[in-house]
Design a protein around this ligand. Sequence first.
Ligand SMILES: *[C@@H]1O[C@H](CO)[C@@H](O)[C@H](O)[C@H]1NC(C)=O
Ligand SMILES: *[C@@H]1O[C@H](CO)[C@@H](O)[C@H](O)[C@H]1NC(C)=O
Ligand SMILES: *[C@@H]1O[C@H](CO)[C@@H](O)[C@H](O)[C@H]1NC(C)=O
Ligand SMILES: *[C@@H]1O[C@H](CO)[C@@H](O)[C@H](O)[C@H]1NC(C)=O
Ligand SMILES: *[C@@H]1O[C@H](CO)[C@@H](O)[C@H](O)[C@H]1NC(C)=O
Ligand SMILES: *[C@@H]1O[C@H](CO)[C@@H](O)[C@H](O)[C@H]1NC(C)=O
Length: 755
Amino acid sequence: MMRTLRCSTLFVFVVFFVGCLGVEENKEEKKHFIVFLENQPILTEVDAVDNHLNVLMSLKESHVEAKEAMVYSYTKSFNAFAAKLTEQEANTLSKRGDVTHVIPNRRRQIQTTRSWDFIGFPSHAKRLPNRESNIIVGLFDTGISPTADSFKDDGFGPPPKKWKGICQKSANFSGCNNKLIGARYFMLDGSAEPLDIMAPVDVTGHGTHTSSTAAGNVIAGASLSGLAKGTARGGVPSARVAMYKVCWVGVGCTDMDILAAFDAAIDDGVDVISISIAGTGYNNYSEDVMAIGAFQAMQKGIITVAAAGNTGPATGSVVNTAPWIVTVGASTIDREFVTKLELGNGWNISGVGINLFNGQPKMYPLVDGGDVAKNPGDKTSANFCMEGSLDPTKANGKLVFCQLMIWGADSAVKAAGAHGAVIQSDQYYLDHTDLFMVPATLVNSTIGQTIEAYIKSTKTPTAIVYRTVQRQAAAPFVASFSARGPNQRSRFILKPDIVAPGVNILAAYTPLNSLTGLKGDTQHSKFSLLSGTSMACPHVAGAAAYVKSFHPHWSPAAIRSALITTAKPLRRVQSPDGEFGYGAGLLDPDRAREPGLIYEVDKMSYIQHLCKQGYNGSSISILTGAGPVDCSTLIPAQGQDSLNYPTFQLSLNKTRHPTTAVFWRQVTNVGRPASVYKATITAPPGVKITVEPTSLSFSSLQQTRSFKVVVKANPLPPQNMVSGSLTWADANYVVRSPIVIYTHEDFGHDEGLIV
Ligand SMILES: *[C@@H]1O[C@H](CO)[C@@H](O)[C@H](O)[C@H]1NC(C)=O
Ligand SMILES: *[C@@H]1O[C@H](CO)[C@@H](O)[C@H](O)[C@H]1NC(C)=O
Ligand SMILES: *[C@@H]1O[C@H](CO)[C@@H](O)[C@H](O)[C@H]1NC(C)=O
Ligand SMILES: *[C@@H]1O[C@H](CO)[C@@H](O)[C@H](O)[C@H]1NC(C)=O
Ligand SMILES: *[C@@H]1O[C@H](CO)[C@@H](O)[C@H](O)[C@H]1NC(C)=O
Ligand SMILES: *[C@@H]1O[C@H](CO)[C@@H](O)[C@H](O)[C@H]1NC(C)=O
């Protein structure tokens, strides 16, 4: 589990992690719940709030008590409220006729610039700056640093007319401008005490980083102390940014706050919502505020892009998988950072981890953490270089060899006056880097054993840790931490949808946090390197905004289809999990601008899909915000799955017989009026795939054509996934969809796992 904490924003993760412990079940204890009510279309805001209070009054003796229990009324896109209730009260409310659903409030966690160039989206890519400046990217995150160069408004006119949002300016937040047009925060749990500032300001660096990746200005000469030098820029540098701070140090990101951010952002007029937040243990869409909020956004034409989660490479770990969300995994880019270690015996070892050490490299005594323990009876803590475990009189001026348990050995080493650290990691995949505050490097256990043997072999072990250098690397690979399919909630929808750069990404940072966020770190920088699906997500959000700047009237499904069908295909060598690692492949914004054909999905198709999955009318109404749906009256859809999704996934039952599945799809011509597309199928061994018809002719734009894909698959061993593809191509466009076949297994739910 700790592996998943490995991210440059570890400080935040650790605090969240600690914050999540100590949550005890107690029947009498009041907890936060979100109560969804039947939708009443023409309620004014005041009436809606009154109505919410009336519902609470049914539980309480007085109006005052009801008011005390009330936390927040969602009145714009949702008819719902958050309240502090006992389990029993929540239960009583859920039985009321006008209450559709009561869900407990839960916590989630947050999860350049060469990255755009790497994916073939250069700064001179074709753009429509005037249209782009009309696009508003909303981010739900840890806040934003308003002083970052990425959000200066030189050359920006006033906000687009549609913008209705606000800026919560205060002593702690200097305010907005014509680039950063909105910033607000939601912290509805008054009893929580975040180690944070009650303002939209970013004290972690995470939200500043993601915002600048999505839509930051073009900043030449950006680097982290000379590393990753280049031009930092967002996907849509001319677009506007709106920050909704919902993640708090020491608390995490609660569902109540996320839902409030959706309620506000949808009404404010954002075009794209980017959410680098994930949480596990959400059994179905009607209980998941991310799915509920994104459905409402989708109905208003707003596309929601979300991180797939950092719990990879575990099978079935992908989250934020609702079919109306674009789910983004993380890949590497073609550079890596290596830190050389030279031992006194002349061995040179290449480790990872970034240190910005500027001194002259020279040999320092190398000691085992356990040999410089403060308490000789507790060598174990010292072996892990836990805080306070090292004896400063013995560690002073030395390089300490530590085992990695929890991030922060460099902080403990520094506190003990040591020169630096060599850290051995058993648990982590060393495919991405973290920052250190002292000269330090990270090595794997094989190398660690060699170092340990060297320390024991001589009376005077010594070593040099060199400053980190950047070098070219083969890429892209799917990052080890990037969460993997199969999708646990919709067996026929492939997730993640796509991957984008998410490893060692350079983007803007906050002056309010040190580079490591650890105690004793005094390093600061305007830009920093972070890794996570959190960093991949705003690349896709930026690309979605870019596509929208060319096609302002495209639906969220059309934009998603453009992103998915134009992604650069990857191969198994780039992720042994295949499509479960990378979805349709690597983001390619330049091609997504003109996809040729799109797979459109309307709201009714999503509802039919949900009916087919076994959601009943009242559950679906929580998502739609409208009255209950009668699934029995909906025309049964043909084939395996009715949803016009741009990828295909066949989930086989455990059987000894071949399975035949039919997928019905429809594409809309958005390329050239008169065009003929021909199908190309690739099929893996043991699977027969046919498409009918094999050619689609169009005579005008917006014309639609239907086809069916028949997949006949022999039984597959469990844990096995094979894939092929369907590609429609004419002279100008290539529209590719992966076809995935796997055997379904119930993986259960990872209740309460930390992302
Ligand atoms: C926020 O602003 C108030 C008012 O100026 C100030 O007293 C407080 O110290 C600030 N908080 C932080 C954490 O900077
Ligand atoms: C290790 O690196 C140092 C410094 O770059 C170099 O002088 C030395 O020859 C290397 N040792 C070996 C065994 O390659
Ligand atoms: C550690 O890295 C070395 C060199 O890259 C490699 O040969 C070895 O297999 C790795 N060990 C582990 C446990 O991954
Ligand atoms: C959704 O979750 C609720 C509550 O846990 C459960 O009763 C319901 O059956 C679930 N629906 C589906 C379709 O899984
Ligand atoms: C719909 O499903 C929910 C959760 O399983 C259940 O509580 C509710 O009674 C169902 N409603 C109807 C109308 O069947
Ligand atoms: C798998 O089994 C379920 C439940 O029995 C059934 O509804 C579904 O159609 C089957 N799927 C396939 C691909 O055969």
